[in-house]
Design a protein around this ligand. Structure first.
Ligand SMILES: Cc1cc2nc3c(=O)[nH]c(=O)nc-3n(C[C@H](O)[C@H](O)[C@H](O)COP(=O)(O)O)c2cc1C
Length: 339
């Protein structure tokens, strides 16, 4: 089943393996790829994965989580990013660019040294370990800043397809970044139209998704959705899969082709040693949305037997692989021999 072809928006994919987005920390100061970035993507292009979600690109300066993160905030920088899409397309990989705003999740406090940077968030609630050291708090976004952020997401998507040459777009709404902060009741305490009920907390994500779909009607569009604030086996807190079932359904209604299932405030499971730890969440989302969108599941998928079983058992339509891509990008040919 792993090597069973699948079609998405007129692109025929020869397998169901997706390279999960992997931030390379290799950006130039202006947010464009460096020589090091191109070397990394040449390796990925030769891996044999059919679909790649290309690491998170900040939609504007305030959306950066660290200075070494790619930017998608201008036409000039998008022109330079075409070097990566060309490498991937020449390698036969369908490539979707991941766009993000980090909000209150700061990986490197050096972002404060960047001109124009301000730490924006839904409700001023810090996310991550750096805030105690910083001795300050994130800012609460005004309504006009929220509208501007939606516009910046949409403009970034358009330029990264039309200028940078990506086949499609993935919106990052997970791992506790800005859109995940809006989704979670733990970080979104707003009392206006962007907070309160699950539908209001998801409103910004819906506006961005709808805007991108209206602007780019034929591209493969994905949302990487942080479906819960806690990992499987942990005590439930905050956002749960019960909340995100409705969000996933609405995203499919808005024209999303692939929903990527991962964690939200709990992250992606960096310390987990168990296998396929988001599979129960993906299964729940897939059974709830039916065939209205395809589901991709990542997190601890390290061998062909597990991946194949997930696909056969209707847990998901694609398996996402992250750290294995870094450790052993030749794994696809080994999986093929074993299937
Ligand atoms: C070095 C590194 C960089 C990552 N960068 C991103 C990223 O840019 N966007 C994202 O959504 N997830 C990112 N992730 C999370 C991965 O996409 C994936 O969800 C995670 O590694 C779990 O999958 P795995 O067990 O196959 O590694 C990153 C993970 C690692 C290890």
């Amino acid at each position: 089943m792993i090597f069973e072809p699948i079609e998405i928006k007129n692109h025929l994919l020869t397998n169901r393996i997706v390279s999960a987005p992997l931030a390379s920390l290799s950006s130039m100061e202006d947010g464009a790829p460096s020589e090091k970035s191109l070397e990394i993507y040449k390796r990925f292009a030769a891996s044999g994965v059919a679909l790649m979600m290309v690491e998170h690109h900040a939609i504007n300066i305030c959306g950066r989580t660290r200075p070494a993160q790619f930017l998608a905030d201008s036409d000039d920088v998008a022109t330079n990013h075409s070097a990566i899409s060309t490498i991937l397309k020449d390698g036969g990989v369908l490539c979707l660019v991941q766009i993000n705003h980090a909000g209150a999740k700061i990986a490197d406090p050096a972002v404060f040294d960047m001109e124009g940077y301000r730490p924006q968030s839904p409700s001023g609630i810090p996310v991550g370990d750096n805030w105690d050291k910083l001795g300050r708090k994130p800012e609460v976004m005004t309504l006009s800043e929220i509208k501007k952020t939606a516009e910046d997401f949409i403009n970034a998507a358009v330029r990264m397809v039309e200028i940078a040459g990506y086949d499609g777009v993935q919106i990052h709404a997970s791992h506790g970044y800005l859109l995940g902060q809006f989704l979670s009741p733990l970080t979104n305490r707003r009392e206006d139209e962007y907070g309160g009920t699950e539908a209001k907390r998801a409103r910004l994500l819906y506006e961005i998704t709808d805007g991108i779909r209206q602007s780019l009607k034929d591209i493969p569009l994905s949302v990487r959705l942080g479906v819960a604030d806690y990992l499987t086996g942990e005590k439930a807190k905050g956002l749960s899969t019960d909340d995100t079932v409705a969000v996933a359904r609405e995203l499919a209604n808005l024209g999303v082709d692939i929903i990527g299932v991962t964690g939200n405030l709990c992250g992606f499971g960096v310390d987990r040693k168990d296998s396929a730890y988001f599979a129960p969440y993906a299964e729940r989302i897939k059974s709830s949305i039916g065939s209205s969108a395809l589901v991709e599941c990542s997190g601890g998928i390290r061998d062909a037997v597990t991946a194949d079983k997930m696909l056969r058992d209707d847990v998901c339509d694609f398996v996402g692989v992250g750290r294995l891509m870094l450790q052993d990008p030749d794994f696809v040919s080994r999986w093929k021999e074993s299937c």
